[in-house]
Design a protein around this ligand. Structure first.
Ligand code: ADP
Ligand code: ZN
Length: 612
């Protein structure tokens, strides 16, 4: 009998299951419903692909996106597994042919779009074969709480009901707030499922936030310092995408772009250029990326702050799916907040919803935006901040984000805090952050005059503290819940139960602030470089070229031939024969037969040169 370990090595070329994979796979093999919540890149696909190969009949994989299906099916076929997809990208002819093969039992794994499930042809096919498992990818699409609700996902339930024998159901997602998780289990009717949430941390990702005026300059510098790396630059609007794209093009950078304003054809061509590494830099709106699992994306730059942490984590998470060190950089400017507010106010996407529901969604969106903005402000560990958002507790200090690397110094801000809180109290909690800061700072603008804030007891008490520092401290007070901000269109600063403790001197308030900027920046950069590690040079580059040649010949994206990780392992192990080649992580039998010789030829050549 074949074991799951044998399948893993033979087809996928890996020797060990990752944390969590084994539990989920065993559960499926025992015939139980199974629910896996794992971050992007954790290896969810293997959790259903391995059991699919061991179970008797066919596994149907429900997936929301055409590009994702194509990618997965290509990968499977490359690995020697018979798989197909059924979606609207096929012509009628191709569709019937695929169904015909499917009936004959050619495919072990079939990817299908949810819209197809209840069509006559598909139902009759499904009833005529043995379906041992239905696997639902991106399962959060079934929940209205999630941010990608897709009504077509609700068809899954009816579909399952129509089958004579209920297959095992397994569901996977990377989004995991509690509401969404509960929804998935109850709507899909999972039967006492084995549920596993693996940690959300992606320890190969390095996070940083930069508040800058000239964002383009930062991007330009980064690309200069990191040539040959593939990455995504996310912008909030199509207009910004076009601008950044044009500017990069002028600098002769191999760049492409993606947004909903392009024609289907352009979108597809550009996406392919990115995937096939002919244009390794992608400038895009958030329309790009769902279902792209290009594994060698080395950085994701957010040119604007996205609308919430969920989106940020998902988009930034497209970096480093192969587990290699990668960077996630967010370029923040206050204007981003304003733009996002505008989008929330003008979001009429779901026009089936009642006013009341819309209002609720809006409030929730505002709340999410607030948390996102805090991320850009916080002095604390960025990784920790995100993990806390998803309900996990990190260690407060990861040592692998820009904040942790910046040397902090602790200053006593009690006195400043007392003045700020005092001012909030004095104005009877009626004003927003900017007005409070302007008051204590002693600004003289029309708003201050209009409300006669110059008469305020705290007016001008903190004129010696720079505005940015006041803002930092105020953010700190909000993060620490000494103050809170309402959720309205014009957010107002309010006191909390804790405010009095500062006001009446019961508590000393310390805060960590970044030390003198320049010196720290240098150190930070050095440290960051070290952490990111330098690839072991020449051979890796040579292997990349071979991979590119093969990719072109076979019309496949390079990473489907081998991931960066596999090439890196190859350049470290320098295999010289078949057995050694099979030891390389990511090399299965089929790929060893197909490509082994070509890679080993250049490795042998390289070794010879080295000796000389
Ligand atoms: P997800 O769907 O969770 O985002 P994927 O299934 O695309 O992640 O897997 C991410 C990467 O990790 C892929 O390149 C995959 O081949 C690799 N991978 C998955 N499982 C293992 C394993 N057990 N050992 C090594 N690499 C793995
Ligand atoms: Zn950190």
């Amino acid at each position: 009998m074949t074991t799951k370990e044998q399948v893993l090595k033979k087809y996928f070329g890996y020797t060990q299951f990752r944390k969590g994979q084994e539990i989920l796979i065993d559960s499926i093999l025992e015939g139980k419903d199974t629910f896996g919540v794992m971050p992007t890149g954790a290896g969810k696909s293997i959790c259903y692909q391995v059991p699919a190969l061991l179970l008797e009949g066919i596994t149907l994989v429900i997936s929301p996106l055409i590009s994702l299906m194509k990618d997965q099916v290509q990968s499977l076929n490359q690995a020697g597994i018979h798989a197909a997809y059924l979606n609207s990208s096929l012509t009628t002819n191709q569709y019937y042919k695929a169904l015909e093969y499917a009936k004959q039992g050619v495919y072990k794994i079939i990817y299908v779009a949810p819209e197809r499930l209840l069509t006559g042809e598909f139902l009759s096919f499904a009833k005529s074969v043995t379906i041992s498992m239905i696997s639902i990818d991106e399962a959060h699409c079934i929940s209205q709480w999630g941010q990608d609700f897709r009504p077509s996902y609700l068809k899954i339930i009816d579909f399952v009901k129509q089958l004579e024998k209920r297959p095992i159901i397994s569901a996977f997602t990377a989004t995991a707030t509690k509401e969404v998780k509960d929804d998935i289990i109850s709507i899909l009717n999972l039967n006492n499922p084995t549920t596993l949430t693996t940690g959300f941390d992606r320890d190969n990702l390095f996070y940083s936030v930069q508040t800058v005026k000239d964002k383009f300059k930062i991007v330009e510098q980064y690309l200069e310092e990191n040539p040959d790396k593939s990455g995504i630059i996310y912008c909030l609007t199509r207009k910004t995408v076009d601008e950044v794209y044009e500017k990069l093009l002028k600098k002769k950078i191999a760049v492409t772009k993606y947004h909903a304003g392009l024609s289907d054809r352009e979108r597809k061509e550009n996406q392919d250029a990115f995937i096939y590494d002919t244009a390794p830099i992608m400038v895009a709106t958030n329309a790009f990326g769902m279902g792209i699992d290009k594994s060698n994306v080395r950085f994701v730059i957010h040119y604007n702050m996205p609308k919430n942490i969920e989106s940020y984590y998902q988009e930034a998470g497209r970096a480093g799916r192969d587990g290699e060190a990668s960077e996630c950089i967010l370029l923040y400017s206050p204007q981003d907040v304003v733009m996002n507010q505008f989008f929330i106010d003008h979001n009429n996407e779901n026009n089936e919803l009642e006013d009341e529901q819309l209002q609720l969604i809006k409030e929730r969106d505002y709340e999410r935006l607030k948390k996102m903005t805090y991320y850009c402000m916080t002095n604390e560990c960025l990784r920790d901040y995100v993990l806390r958002y998803f309900g996990e507790y990190g260690s407060n200090y990861c040592g692998k984000c820009a904040n942790c690397l910046t040397q902090f110094e602790t200053i006593d801000v009690t006195d400043i805090a007392r003045n700020i809180i005092g001012c909030v109290e004095q104005v009877r909690q009626r004003f927003g952050m900017t007005t409070i800061i302007d008051t204590v700072h002693g600004s003289n603008n029309s708003r201050i005059r209009q409300y006669q804030l110059t008469e305020n007891k705290y007016y001008n008490t903190l004129s010696g503290v720079p505005i940015y520092r006041l803002r930092q401290i105020m953010n700190h007070l909000i993060l620490q819940e000494y103050l809170t901000v309402t959720n309205d269109e014009y957010p107002v600063v309010k006191l909390t139960n804790e405010s009095q403790r500062i006001l009446y001197g019961e508590e000393i308030l310390h805060m960590k602030v970044a030390k003198e900027q320049e010196r720290v920046k240098e150190k930070k950069e050095k440290k960051a470089k070290k952490l990111l590690g330098v690839m072991n040079g020449d051979l890796f580059e040579i292997l990349r070229k071979v991979r590119m040649e093969i990719a072109k010949e076979e019309h496949m994206p390079p990473y489907i031939i081998f991931s960066d990780k596999a090439l890196k392992d190859m350049s470290a192990k320098m295999p010289m024969n078949r057995d050694e080649f099979l030891q390389v992580s990511g090399v299965g039998e089929v790929k060893c037969e197909k490509y082994g010789r070509r890679f080993m030829e250049v490795i042998i050549e390289y070794k010879d040169k080295e000796k000389k």
